[in-house]
Design a protein around this ligand. Structure first.
Ligand SMILES: [Zn+2]
Length: 487
């Protein structure tokens, strides 16, 4: 969204300014400045100098606090702000000619053409899609698109055009030995070990042409950090092979999206070409990796396969949504720790916010359509009947996490701790392959109990208002289930 993009850039700018103020300040007093200046400074340390110094410190701290608040990454605007209908993305970049193509749209379907600010001094009016040619291809640009509505209102969205590659990570944290994500140049052998499923025959590898903006090594580093974060979120309670959790990201040109290959060793991710063409699909990659972790959990009785079928989404998709957005939040709130800064961080934020907008829209849609809880995807219907339901559960999780303002790590670890109690009795109640009112009731109650456990708060009332068929006896039983030891 316009305001979010502006805050991100402003936050980075403000942090830089703050650092500069601090640098100047430190130089004055650290003894490295040339003698005469330092002496002059010391000689003038009378009471009014001390007062000025005190005020300057106060000012710096105040500005620092204000700036650090601005630069904190969260999803509040996406979740609670005005619900935007406009979306914009870079669909294609020709780095030779400088021609780019922008896609997107506005579900409010305004009749007036959109305003385009291309970030290079050029502006135009027109409907989606639009193309533009950049003369200077030695820098990146932020494109800003504005909708004009009949009531006089406007909405804006921004997106990044990258001609310059992201710099390598400014620093690399030491990664755990047992976690690794590779984007191999040669196709590895993925051995199905946790479910009797095959592999798409169109799976192949991403060649070097896909890594013009983010190098293969940088992407592997980022995704390996992601895996480490996600394993921590899953309390490190996942199926491993010889103590290792490895994932390979592969190309599937026949796929228009992405999918998790959670059941193989190493685990895999299949991604269509769009993952590294145009806007980079960070949030979707985090999502599929979230599937790999949560379906392989808990280590002694993994959800994957046991929950597969028309009822899978209430567990698998809800958890993947939670994992993808919690991961982005952890990365973006610690850019210096992970060495992911500048345009790269901006791009991850863009991707995470765009996917959070989808969660919000689905939740609003669930309510607008009269709150029809559905945990069973009828194979005879065109769309996923459960979509708005599982997105509503994810939305409620994010709503509580944001309102608590204590971050995502603790509630995600707790919801996983709860879900890691999965056992044969729960499996029977979940009834992955046969639907019934009591199975719907179990799945609804399980979700509400999991969120209640995550936030240490009984959320039944909120979910009854959303017409979730929660059963009180079942809820009590689930909440008092003995905890299994966490590995
Ligand atoms: Zn998914």
């Amino acid at each position: 969204m316009r305001s979010e993009g502006a805050i991100s850039l402003q936050g980075v700018f403000c942090m830089n300014l703050l650092r500069r103020i601090r640098d100047i300040f430190q130089q004055k007093g650290d003894g490295r400045s040339p003698g005469p200046c330092r002496n002059r400074f010391l000689k003038q340390s009378s009471w009014h100098w001390r007062l000025n110094l005190f005020l300057l410190i106060l000012f710096t701290l105040f500005i620092g606090e204000a700036f650090s608040q601005k630069s904190e990454f969260n999803y509040s605007d996406c979740l609670f702000g005005k619900l935007g209908t406009l979306s914009v993305s870079v669909a294609r970049i020709d780095r030779q000619s400088g021609v780019i193509e922008c896609n997107g749209g506005d579900t409010a379907q305004p009749s007036q053409p959109f305003s385009w600010d291309w970030g290079d001094g050029f502006r135009s009016e027109g409907f989606f899609p639009q193309t533009h040619q950049y003369k200077d291809r030695h820098r990146n640009y932020v494109i800003r698109v504005t909708s004009h509505y009949q009531d006089g209102g406007i909405d804006s969205e921004e997106t990044l055009v990258c001609f310059l590659p992201f710099p390598p990570p400014s620093r690399r944290i030491a990664l755990p030995e047992d976690v690794r994500v590779s984007i191999p140049r040669e196709k590895p052998k993925l051995q199905p070990v946790r479910a009797p499923y095959g592999l798409s025959p169109s799976l192949t590898v991403f060649d070097d042409s896909f890594f013009q903006i983010c190098s293969r090594e940088s992407a592997e580093y980022l995704l390996t950090i992601t895996a480490a974060i996600q394993l921590d979120l899953a309390n490190n309670n996942v199926c491993k092979t010889k103590g290792r959790f490895e994932q390979a990201l592969l190309r599937d040109p026949a796929s228009g999206g992405m999918y998790s290959i959670w059941y193989t060793d190493p685990a895999g991710l299949g991604a269509g070409d769009y993952a590294f063409k145009g806007d980079l699909q960070w949030s979707s990659l985090f999502h599929e990796m979230g599937h790999n972790v949560t379906l392989n959990s808990p280590a002694d009785y993994h959800w994957g396969f046991r929950q597969d079928g028309p009822a899978n989404t209430i567990y698998s998709e809800t958890m993947a949504q939670i994992f993808q957005h919690a991961t982005a939040c952890e990365l973006l709130n610690n850019p210096e720790k992970y060495g992911i800064e500048g345009d790269w961080a901006f791009d991850i934020a863009r991707s995470a916010r765009a996917s959070m907008q989808i969660v919000r829209r689905s939740y609003e849609n669930y309510r607008k359509q009269g709150c029809h809880f559905c945990s069973w995807n009828d194979e005879n219907t065109k769309n996923d009947d459960t979509f708005d339901t599982f997105m509503t559960i994810a939305f409620k999780f994010f709503e509580h996490a944001e309102r608590n303002r204590k971050g995502y790590r603790t509630p995600v670890k707790r919801i996983m701790e709860f879900m890691q109690r999965f056992n044969p009795e729960w499996e029977a109640g979940f009834s992955a392959r046969i639907n019934s009112p009591s199975a719907e009731q179990f799945r609804a109650t399980l979700s509400v109990a999991a969120l209640s456990y995550a936030f240490n708060q009984d959320l039944r009332k909120e979910f009854l208002e959303l017409r979730f068929p929660v059963d009180d006896n079942m809820f009590q039983k689930l909440m008092t289930a003995p905890e299994k030891s966490t590995r």
